[in-house]
Write a protein that binds this ligand. Structure first.
Ligand code: COA
Length: 157
């Protein structure tokens, strides 16, 4: 399994993977256009046959805050450490970009805790609430938990 930056030719596979999970209610849907416009912020896991096994993107809110977005592992590869590897690569990318705070809204809380994230309150991220939650059809009965990871920056001791 190779973890690499996404490229244009990955867009159809990314759209399929995210849409499959969005239909199940695990992820918010993305359009091909929104994927293309943010392609530089996506990572993929590619299997030995060149197929996309998993994806994730970093959504920037401010210079100091980004969300782990559209994290999905194809059913064939779930439970094999692919999600952990991909999330670790995304965390490393956020660190390179000097983003000190990463968050996610998720039902896979233990998965994120195992990667070092801590449970927090959605209200800590008004940027997210304004962007997505206000227009979300299940906002009144949202069962997602906010998790946050504070990253050490390279200029810190
Ligand atoms: C959540 C998801 C990304 C995990 O990816 P994965 O490759 O199956 O997970 P890994 O094999 O890397 O698991 C790493 C650890 O997290 C645990 N874990 C995996 N999925 C979990 C889940 N849904 N809930 C709780 N723990 C989970 C594993 O048991 C493993 O623990 P271990 O290190 O003690 O063995 C994947 O199941 C998925 O695509 N889910 C649907 C979409 C989704 O919910 N995305 C997150 C939205 S923010």
């Amino acid at each position: 399994m190779i973890i690499r930056s996404a490229q244009n030719s990955d867009i159809p596979a990314l759209l399929r993977l995210v849409s499959d999970h969005a239909r199940r209610g695990d992820l918010l849907p993305r359009t091909a256009l929104s994927i293309r416009d943010t392609l530089a912020d996506w990572l993929v896991a590619e299997d030995e046959n060149g197929n996309i096994a998993a994806c994730v993107s970093l959504l920037f809110y401010t210079a100091v805050l980004a969300e782990v977005r559209s994290l999905a592992v194809s059913d064939k590869y779930k439970g094999n450490g692919v999600g952990r590897k991909l999330l670790a690569a995304l965390i490393a990318r956020a660190q390179e970009k000097q983003i000190p705070t990463l968050f996610a809204l998720t039902r896979a809380v233990r998965f994120f805790e195992k990667a070092g994230f801590a449970i927090t309150q959605k209200e800590d991220f008004p940027e997210k609430i304004w962007r997505d939650c206000f227009i979300c059809p299940v906002k009144e009965c949202c069962d997602e938990t906010a998790v946050v990871l504070e990253l050490a920056m390279s200029n810190e001791q």
